[in-house]
Structures are given as C-alpha cells and as structure tokens.
Design a protein around this ligand. Structure first.
Ligand SMILES: Nc1ncnc2c1ncn2[C@@H]1O[C@H](COP(=O)(O)OP(=O)(O)OP(=O)(O)O)[C@@H](O)[C@H]1O
Ligand SMILES: CC(C)(CO)[C@@H](O)C(=O)[O-]
Ligand code: BAL
Length: 358
C-alpha cells in the first residue's frame, strides 16, 4: 500500500554526494549535479540509460530497469511527478508518493543486478528534481491554454488518451524532452502498458533528431492479468476484484483476431460484448456489493500512428487498447478497504499488441 512521504532521506555526510542508504546509488536533485555526474561518461564512452518514472515503483518499473542494466553501463532512474501532464481535474494532489519504499526497491534491485553476471551495468543514480528545477522559467500551468515552452506531438497526441486527457501528451513530451536533454542517455526505456506514450516518444526522438534509442519493455501483470500501475492503489479490494475487466475484454478481441476475424466490428465486438455482460452482472448486485465502471474507449489502431483501423492488415497487426473508469464504491460496508485517498474514480488503461499473422 502506498504511503505519503514528503521528501527523500538519502544518506549523506557533509561534502560527500547523497546516496540511497547502504548503496552506491547517487541521489541527484539538480540539473547541474546530474550534468556533473554525466560528463565523464561522455568521455569514457560508457553508455547511459534513462528509465523515466513518476515513482510509486512496482515490478513494471523494475523490469524496465533490469532491461536497461543488461544493455548499458549506467542506469539513471528519474522519479518526478510531472504536474504538466495532469489535467486540472486529475489526481495530481493524491498521486502516490512513496520515496522510502522506492529507495528500498532500488537498493534491493541494485544488489540483485550486481549478483547477476549477465548485466553490463547497475543503477548509478536516481534523478529526483523539484518542479522549480524542471521549469526554470516558472511552472507554465496545467490549463489547456496555458502559455509556456511546450513540446507537442500531434496528431498522435490528440487521439485516444490525448482526447480524454488533452494536456497529457504535451506534458509528457515536454518533460521527456527536458529529461533527455539533461541526462543525454544513449537509450531510454518505456513500458508497453502506456503504448500511445511509446509512440509519442518515438516521434519526439525522430522529429527532433535526438541521438537516442527508444526501448519498449513488455507490460508486467499481476497473476490475474491486471496490468501493474501505480494507480492500482486507489482501487481497494472490491474494485480490484473487477479491475481485470478491461484486460479480459481486450483478450476476447485478441481471440477473435487469432480466430481469423479481420474486420473492426468483429474484433472490437468481442471486447464490447464482454464489457456489457460484466457491467450487467455488476448492476444486478446491490449497491453494497457492486462495482460500477464506465468505458472511456476501446480501440483498434495502427501500431505506428494510433489511428483507428477499419480492418486489420494481417501483415501489420494492430494495437487493441482501452480505458475504463472504475467509479467510486457506492455503499461502503463498515471498515471496507476503499483504497488510497478514499478510493476516488480511477481510470485504468491497457492494451494488447496484435502480432502480424502472415
Ligand atoms: N505494468 C507495467 N509494465 C511495464 N512497464 C510499465 C508498467 N506500468 C508502468 N510502466 C512504465 O513505467 C514507466 C513509468 O510509468 P509511471 O511511473 O507512470 O507508472 P504507472 O504505473 O504507469 O503509473 P500510472 O498509474 O500513473 O499510469 C512508463 O514507461 C510506463 O509505461
Ligand atoms: C514518462 C513519464 C515518466 C513522464 O512523466 C510518465 O508519463 C510515466 O511515468 O509514464
Ligand atoms: N504512466 C502514465 C502517467 C500518467 O498517467 O500520468
């Protein structure tokens, strides 16, 4: 369960660099300190990887760090909850901040990496800046019409997640451009769970000629298939039991594709039927038992543009994706676990890559 913690408590003595407790992982909080750490590695030709995160680390993040350590001499993990990507009515104020648990997870993983002879590198640094550091001209605001130095990647940033969250990809692209310029990584690691984000980042790298390789790691899932996500802590037990509905729906659509369906209606219809049935079953239960959810979208899109597909070209495959809003529990039972911050509505996303079939 996530806990709130206002600041990091790395170990340091006067004059020595701050490190995570009992480790060699440096904690760098300023652009200047990161650059100072980075400079010698530009000269000694040691490769540096960046794994950008917003903290509240889970196995999905750790799997990206493992992949980065296998292929690079140094791994930098950034932990920064970037306000610019949260809409004005989104969950910035309650987003889980779990510095101590994150630090412990990184130290444990770093030992594991050191013991495994197959890795090129380990976790060298955590970059944990403040918003004043990341937005030196002053934070430009979270409104759609806020003025400031933003990076926009359209039209891919306007559809699907971008339609529901109009400032989201502007915030992501802007902060990633900053992180890439600060860290100057050879490789960056992103998760397939946020598939549209990976497409936006690949465009950013291509269109701004950044000398960076974008690596996408597979979605880490719980045993029942739910995609791991920092926001899962909002769910509480009752909604957690139903939260796999989106994954099951996408699986049903994938099964239709694997069974030979190629038309959009036939593929997505399988997902929509599962969602309708699951919602009807929930609504038949009383308010003290049921879980209500709203489907934001279910999509079948081109893997390179995220534009909707009328049919699947089996030579190219496609991306099945969706977003579902799990509504707050209606009639909580005495002592019921409602989740982090009292269990507000929580928007879950997921996707499945339809592999080329021919
Ligand atoms: N289940 C997962 N498997 C693989 N990568 C993941 C998973 N969840 C997140 N990531 C990746 O980790 C990186 C950092 O993501 P972030 O810190 O936002 O975590 P998150 O769990 O996606 O949080 P949120 O609940 O806010 O979406 C992103 O590249 C994201 O795609
Ligand atoms: C890439 C990212 C760290 C940018 O803030 C964020 O969008 C995330 O955690 O996926
Ligand atoms: N993993 C995506 C970050 C966000 O939803 O803000």
């Amino acid at each position: 369960m996530a806990s709130r913690c206002s600041s990091g408590s790395g170990s340091s003595s006067p004059g020595s660099p701050e490190k995570l407790p009992s480790s060699s992982i440096r904690v760098l909080r300023t652009v200047e300190s990161l650059r100072r750490w980075r400079r010698p590695h530009l000269l000694d030709r040691r490769s540096v990887a960046l794994v950008p995160t917003m903290g509240a680390l889970h196995e999905g993040h750790l799997s990206l760090i493992r992949a980065a350590a296998r292929e690079n001499h140094h791994v930098v993990v950034s932990i920064y909850v970037n306000p610019a990507q949260f809409g004005v009515r989104e969950d910035l104020s309650s987003y889980p901040v779990t510095w101590d648990a994150d630090a412990a997870a990184l130290v444990k993983l770093d030992r594991e990496l050191a013991d495994d002879g197959h890795n090129l590198g380990r976790i060298s640094a955590v970059f944990a800046p403040t918003t004043a550091e990341m937005y030196p001209g002053g934070f430009p605001g979270r409104e759609v019409d806020s003025k400031g130095s933003f990076v926009t990647i359209n039209p891919v940033g306007e559809v699907l997640e971008g339609k529901s969250r109009p400032t989201f990809f502007r915030g992501v692209a802007t902060v990633c451009m900053k992180l890439f310029n600060i860290v100057q990584p050879e490789r960056v690691y992103f998760g397939q769970k946020d598939v549209q984000q990976t497409v936006v980042i690949k465009r950013l790298v291509r269109d701004f000629m950044l000398p960076i390789e974008v690596v996408v790691g597979p979605t880490a899932r719980a045993d029942d298939g739910l995609a791991l996500s920092s926001r899962n802590v909002y769910l509480g037990e009752r909604r957690r039991g139903v939260a796999t509905v989106l994954y099951r729906a996408l699986k049903a659509a994938e099964d239709a594709y694997k069974g030979g369906a190629r038309h959009r209606g036939a593929v997505l219809g399988a997902a929509e039927r599962l969602l309708d049935k699951a919602l009807s079953e929930q609504m038949a239960l009383g308010p003290e038992k049921r879980v209500r959810f709203e489907v934001d979208y279910v999509s079948l899109a081109d893997p390179d543009t995220m534009e909707e597909l009328p049919d699947i070209d089996p030579a190219r495959g496609g991306i099945l994706s969706g977003a579902v809003k799990m509504l707050p529990v209606e009639a909580p039972r005495d002592g019921e676990d409602l989740g982090h911050s009292g269990g507000p509505a929580v928007r879950l996303i997921d996707n499945i890559k339809l592999q080329p079939a021919e």
